[in-house]
Design a protein around this ligand. Sequence first.
Ligand code: ADP
Length: 294
Amino acid sequence: MQLVIKNLSKTYPGGVRALDNVSMTIPTGMFGLLGPNGAGKSTLMRTLATLQTADSGSAMLGTLDVLNNKREVRELLGYLPQEFGVYPRTSATVLLTHLATLKGVGRNSVERREIVAGLLERVNLYNVRSKSVANYSGGMRQRFGIAQALLGDPKLLIVDEPTAGLDPGERNRFYNLLSEVGESVVVILSTHIVEDVKELCTNMSIINNGRVLFAGSPSQAEVSLEGRIWAKSMSKEELRKCQSEMDVISNKLIEGRPVVHVYSETNPGNGFAAVAPNLEDVFFSQIKHCSRVA
Ligand code: ADP
């Protein structure tokens, strides 16, 4: 099963063109949709989740026309939105059972109880299933969010910016959970965090201003910049000069001193050394060179 999106466009009433002729093919497994805030990720996710409409274009999941079959899509969709809303003071078991009932999962209460227990086990919340979800940590809430998204065995799972605000340990647990899920279904992970895509995704797209700037695997993305990224550790004064004279892709402080990555087709000299491009270089250079690439 794969999801094929063709020429999807959406302009909001205010005139913002949030999706501009977006096409991408998303196979089974983890797919990363990487873009800065405002790129159009949530618009795309909500459109695929049938929560809003596009102006034109199509999305086919196998033979199912996603944009014109709301009911069928919702039956095979799991969705973890950016804001899951208010977490009530009920236990995980009670809340998940309630959501299962709303979604029509399980033929009777016995079957539902088994499904709910199985899902809480799968997301590693079984031991805390009787605790109030309102008191869960950020990571536990996100895992609960995945459990509700997995109700009804979805074939398409959409997770919108799921790791924002998680600490490194929680993020790792969440990664492990998602990568297990991704073995059998199409998972679209929308994020502005490069690390998420690098750790998890076999395929990815970079989008900005509603347009696809890159499509491929993270390693293909890195290879595409081979020989064109140069690094140098420098003083803050030198950084200012460098920023006005060179094509600076990123600068990070390492032990308090800026380490600058620049884009250059040829060796810029002046103490810069060639480095192997990483996904962050690809992301920042694509965003910066957006108009050139598009
Ligand atoms: P992302 O999820 O990548 O941050 P969004 O899809 O939320 O991006 O937003 C894409 C663009 O569309 C932004 O410029 C945003 O301000 C605009 N936008 C999003 N939702 C609406 C809306 N309901 N009405 C008008 N503009 C919107």
